[in-house]
Design a protein around this ligand. Structure first.
Ligand code: ADP
Length: 270
């Protein structure tokens, strides 16, 4: 009987091949475990607002409520509904990012108007509770997906607002590094993050403080989205932080995706 291919390979390459095969199995098991974790997390995240909502519905059905109480319950129901909507939106964004071919398309767009929109949104989220500083006109153009870069910056700034107590500072700066990359840094003077959490921060649903994240409308998916956007643009996400001192999130984009009018950026570098 002719030995099977696997037997021949095993005889020839012996232990090395066995190792490769078992690594393959371990990798598959790891993926399967991650998928199960993800489904369990999503179910839990959806279930929490659903449970609250059905509680409110029951209350409205079974108790005669005064008009102000009715209005209060309805407001809480609206809050839970909006929480579910944000979660589903973030899940869809993430699924789209993971499912799209890499790299991101390289259509050129101007960064300044995008930053202006992000600034307006940040002002409205902050409600004048923070000192905000945004770069002035930079003349920079980026090649990539405008929607994705918008989503990455909006997520970083919404985090900065949510994790910075009233009176704190939040800034966005642009800098061209020596190697030609563009650094978009989002800095806050907020609560900061202990070192041991940093490597896991961009994992889906990873949170340092679950209740603070949820109470402020967080889904636990924001930094995952930012990391995917950075990678799809050939860049990366850098994080520096210290508890009580604040955090800096750096979106680093490769030179091939950045162009600008000569000298425009040098005037605004810190
Ligand atoms: P979330 O929706 O929970 O904010 P993210 O993926 O955006 O999810 O962030 C993951 C976790 O990282 C957050 O739960 C929070 O603990 C921490 N984090 C993110 N941004 C900041 C920040 N600017 N300052 C302090 N902690 C932050």
């Amino acid at each position: 009987r002719r030995p099977g291919t696997l037997a021949v390979l095993l005889r020839r390459y012996g232990p090395g091949l066995k190792l490769v095969l078992s690594q393959d199995v371990t990798e598959r098991e790891r993926h399967e475990a991650m998928r199960r974790d993800f489904v369990a997390n999503v179910s839990h995240e959806i279930r929490t607002p659903l449970t609250a909502l059905s509680g409110f519905v029951e209350t409205m059905q079974s108790l005669p409520l005064s008009e102000p109480d009715r209005a209060r319950v309805l407001a809480m129901m609206a809050q839970q509904t909006s929480r579910m909507r944000t979660l589903v939106d973030d899940l869809l964004t993430l699924a789209r990012l993971e499912g799209s071919p890499r790299p991101a398309p390289d259509h050129w767009f101007a960064l300044d108007p995008l930053l202006e929109q992000v600034q307006v949104r940040t002002q409205s989220l902050s409600g004048a509770r923070h000192a905000l500083r945004f770069p002035e006109v930079s003349g920079i153009e980026l090649a990539g997906s405008e929607g994705e870069i918008d989503s990455a910056l909006t997520n970083l700034l919404s985090n900065a607002v949510r994790y910075t107590p009233e009176g704190g500072q939040i800034s966005v700066t642009l800098r061209r590094l020596d190697d030609g990359r563009l650094e978009v840094a989002v800095r806050d003077s907020g609560i900061g993050i202990a070192r041991e959490h940093l490597p896991r921060l961009a994992e889906r649903f990873y949170r340092v403080d679950g209740s603070r994240s949820r109470d402020t409308g967080g889904t636990g998916l924001g930094l995952s989205i930012v990391k995917h956007v950075a990678q799809r643009h050939g860049g990366e996400l850098g994080i520096d932080s210290a508890p009580g001192k604040g955090s800096t999130f750096r979106l680093l984009l490769p030179p091939a995706r950045v162009r600008q009018a000569q000298g425009a950026l040098d005037q605004r570098a810190e």
